[in-house]
Design a protein around this ligand. Structure first.
Ligand SMILES: Nc1ncnc2c1ncn2[C@@H]1O[C@H](COP(=O)(O)OP(=O)(O)O)[C@@H](O)[C@H]1O
Ligand SMILES: [Mg+2]
Length: 452
């Protein structure tokens, strides 16, 4: 008998009649799994009796209290100012990132404000969650735990209890009985999510679902859900050594690319409200091979230290090693330094590192990187009350970058005194001593002065 199956990419949901090694849609390798084809009729059965509502735009009322504020600033900001009622939020991350911890903390905060919260766990026992709640010092009568894996049952409970917030941990472990494939398969994850989405909208209850990402792809990645939900947050733990970063990659109700920074401690997630301070901790007064730069993370500027080290190599090809900076950008900066400042780096190993393990994707750090390399090579100390903002052009010209005022005001807040910026940019009102430069050649004067 011919089986009614198809092959589905567990990363993006692309389907094909035969197995493929590489997904033509998302480019991932070895992500195809065989699944039953679901009849479309069955898929939409949970909404077929509903009649569509029609309303004029002018009749729709919005009350101001549409958002639930958790009071965890780093979390609220990432969502654009709290949880929007009736929205479906997906929080993804690798196992151990701290998703359950953050979700329970959010649940605890909302429940503390006399609001009913359902925490539905499909992967841990109530004792395990209680243990975590004790560690986080959460104890509220309004927070209800439900251990349940069936989506239909979950929807019934939500309908009956009518809470103000629902958390489902995790989407990969819930399943719909009417679908004949294992929990975590693409079909299950997609259909469960569709039903949860429908519930959130119908009852106007915000639902936060947690999704695991694994490298093997056996469990359907939350990527296939991204287009369904209102907001997608990623909780990243690995990229930043000591911090956990909550990043919004999609948000129908706020700006994307906002980040929230946390640190995992024994009593829970600690909010890091002024990350620059920590990245710049223990900074000496002046230092060779160092340049302070600003990078924007969403709407928030971060101040970071670029460290450079050059060391003479007597034989062989000199090494160029960077951590946290784009390699090609770094090579361009080196070439500009060699040509424009006559710097002899051809027999030097050059290393560049960014403090705190942060990765820089912006060109605004170019000037700081150049200054750090120059000062290390010449062994001239640069005072660390000085920050560098500017992009380098191939001719050595310093180009303006965006968010100039935000960058400068953050530097001012953190007690910096001087700021090197491109010519012809508006700085707004600032107490900082602004040094405008046109070309990389001008930096020689500044660094020399600094070394005096
Ligand atoms: N007592 C503790 N002190 C510090 N960190 C802890 C403690 N207990 C658990 N953790 C950390 O919490 C993380 C697990 O968080 P969890 O919310 O369960 O992750 P996820 O749900 O994303 O898999 C682990 O990285 C672990 O190191
Ligand atoms: Mg978990």
């Amino acid at each position: 008998m011919k089986r009614n199956t198809e092959f589905v990419c567990s990363n993006c949901g692309y389907s094909s009649s035969k197995w493929l090694g590489k997904c033509p849609s998302c480019g991932q390798f070895n992500t195809f799994y065989e699944e039953e084809i679901i009849e479309k009729k069955e898929v939409s059965s949970y909404r077929k009796f509903e009649e569509s509502k029609i309303s004029s735009l002018t009749d729709i009322e919005i009350n101001k209290e549409q958002r639930l504020i958790t009071g965890i600033e780093e979390f609220d900001r990432v969502l654009g100012g709290g949880i929007v009622k009736g929205s479906l939020i997906l929080m993804g991350g690798e196992p151990g990132a701290g998703k359950s911890t953050l979700a329970l903390t959010v649940a605890g905060k909302i429940a503390k404000n006399d609001k009913k919260v359902l925490y539905i766990s499909a992967e841990e026992s109530d004792a395990q969650i209680k243990l975590r709640a004790d560690r986080l010092d959460i104890n509220s009568k309004n927070l209800f735990l439900i251990i349940e894996t069936g989506v239909e049952k979950i929807v019934n409970i939500i309908e009956k209890e009518n809470p103000e917030l629902v958390i489902i941990d995790s989407i990969q472990t819930v399943y719909k009985e009417t679908i004949d494939s294992y929990a975590g398969s693409v079909n299950q994850v997609r259909e469960s999510c569709a039903q949860i989405l429908y519930t959130a909208k119908r009852l106007n209850i915000p639902i936060l679902i947690i999704g695991h990402i694994t490298k093997e792809g056996m469990i359907a990645g939350p990527k296939i859900l991204e287009h369904m939900v209102d907001a997608v947050l990623y909780f990243e733990a690995e990229k930043y050594y000591q911090f956990k970063i909550l990043r919004s990659v999609k948000n129908r109700f706020g700006s994307v690319n906002e980040i929230g920074i946390f640190e995992m401690t024994s009593s829970g997630l600690l909010e890091i409200k002024s990350p620059s301070k920590i990245f710049l901790d223990n900074l000496q007064k002046e230092k060779a091979g160092s340049g302070i730069v600003t990078v924007m993370e969403g709407t928030r500027p971060l101040l970071l230290e670029i460290q450079a080290l050059t060391s003479r190599r007597n034989f062989g090809v000199p090494q160029r090693t960077v951590i946290g900076v784009d390699y090609n950008r770094f090579l361009i900066i080196i070439a500009i330094l060699e040509r424009k400042l006559n710097l002899h780096l051809e027999n030097q190993d050059v290393f560049v590192n960014v403090s705190g393990g942060i990765r820089i994707f912006e060109t605004a750090a170019d000037l700081g990187i150049a200054a750090a390399i120059y000062s290390s090579f010449k062994n001239i100390k640069i005072p660390t009350n000085l920050i560098f903002i500017g992009e380098l052009g191939l001719d050595g010209e310093i180009r303006p970058v965006n968010f100039m005022e935000a960058r400068i005001s953050e530097a001012e807040k953190l007690g910096f005194e001087r700021c090197v910026i491109p010519e012809r940019v508006k700085t707004g009102n600032t107490k900082l001593d602004i040094i405008k430069i046109k070309n990389i050649i001008d930096i020689l004067n500044i660094i020399k002065k600094g070394g005096e």
